[in-house]
Design a protein around this ligand. Structure first.
Ligand code: NAD
Length: 289
């Protein structure tokens, strides 16, 4: 069984399935195994992990267990703040591949614009040129970080994975990314399951009109904006629900109404400024739990 997906092209022509599956905070071993095997069964092939999530190995195991060819999958991981640097990033990449039991990554991202990200980028450019990474990009980069990176990069970033949901639409950054042929990928696409968002009366009414759920309307709103989404769920019902978003469209009036929900409200930390704080790593560890 495989659901209909849609591909968006990175600036180098590589196709990325627009709907993926995030694995952050699925920590219990049994829950993880069940979630990933079920996601694969339902038809998800694009998986988003990171070294800091601590589940690269478990994801690699489930992918192996599926018996499907490696090329059927689109696998993303991210280099953590403490591994930024030329040698350190190359080493972190090798460890990530080993844990995932793969020879190459479809996508590798710098997790945050933490110190030494320019050196890390050099390593990523090299790994990309060697064919070990198909798409290179960043996460949680603001415009000033992207400007700085592009000033020094040989290869510009192809994607930026950032918190995005109706209450935090990221309009300015979205526009900037579009102008620079950098893809926009949403983390927390469902507002991290925030009930106020998932029970919003306006979204509920819209969902009823389309015979869809609020989650499906939100995911469809991302798709209409050309954004890649990686919702997370451990429930089979929700995984299936989240995949049924390619058979309806939102009207321009729907899009306009959802636009009004943008109140610039992050549900998570603001990456700017926070990163350069001396205790950021300590705080990050607490936050990432
Ligand atoms: P999300 O927006 O995907 O929300 C997940 C929550 O929504 C879960 O609690 C889940 O139970 C609930 N949910 C899922 N489907 C639902 C449905 N149909 N109806 C109702 N509730 C539903 O938030 P997320 O997990 O934080 O983000 C998704 C992925 O993005 C992560 O798993 C991770 O891979 C990635 N991520 C990246 C960063 C980063 O810094 N780059 C940060 C956070 C997350």
């Amino acid at each position: 069984m495989i659901f209909e997906n849609r591909a968006v092209k990175a600036s180098n022509g590589v196709e990325i399935p627009q709907l993926g599956f995030g694995v952050y905070k699925i920590t219990k071993e049994r829950e993880f195994e069940m979630a990933i095997s079920e996601a694969i069964r339902i038809g998800y092939r694009h998986f988003d992990t990171a070294k800091i999530y601590g589940n690269e190995q478990a994801l690699g195991r489930e992918i192996q267990k599926s018996g499907l060819p490696r090329e059927d999958f689109f696998i993303t991981s991210k280099v953590w703040n403490t591994d930024l640097g030329f040698e350190a990033t190359r080493k972190a990449f090798a460890q990530t591949c080993k844990k995932l039991m793969v020879e190459y990554l479809d996508m590798y991202l710098i997790h945050f614009a933490a110190p030494n990200y320019l050196e890390a980028w050099r390593a990523m450019e090299e790994l990309y040129s060697e064919g070990s990474i198909k798409v290179i990009g960043v996460a949680n980069f603001e415009i000033q970080h992207l400007e700085h990176l592009m000033k020094h990069a040989k290869i510009p970033p192809m994607i930026n994975q950032i918190e995005t949901h109706p209450e935090f639409a990221q309009n300015d950054l979205h526009h900037y990314l579009h102008e620079h042929q950098i893809l926009h990928e949403a983390w927390g696409p469902l507002g991290q399951g925030n009930r106020a968002l998932l029970e919003h009366p306006l979204l509920k009414k819209m969902a009823d009109q389309h015979h869809k759920t609020v989650a499906q309307v939100i995911l469809r709103w991302h798709l209409e904006r050309g954004i890649i989404v990686i919702p997370k769920s451990s429930s089979s019902k929700r995984m299936k629900e989240n995949s049924e978003i390619f058979d309806f469209e939102l009207t321009s009036d729907d899009m306009e109404q959802i636009k009004q929900l943008n109140i610039g409200k992050r549900y998570s930390i603001n990456p700017t400024g926070y990163i350069i704080h001396p205790i950021y790593n300590k705080l990050m560890k607490i936050f990432m739990k």
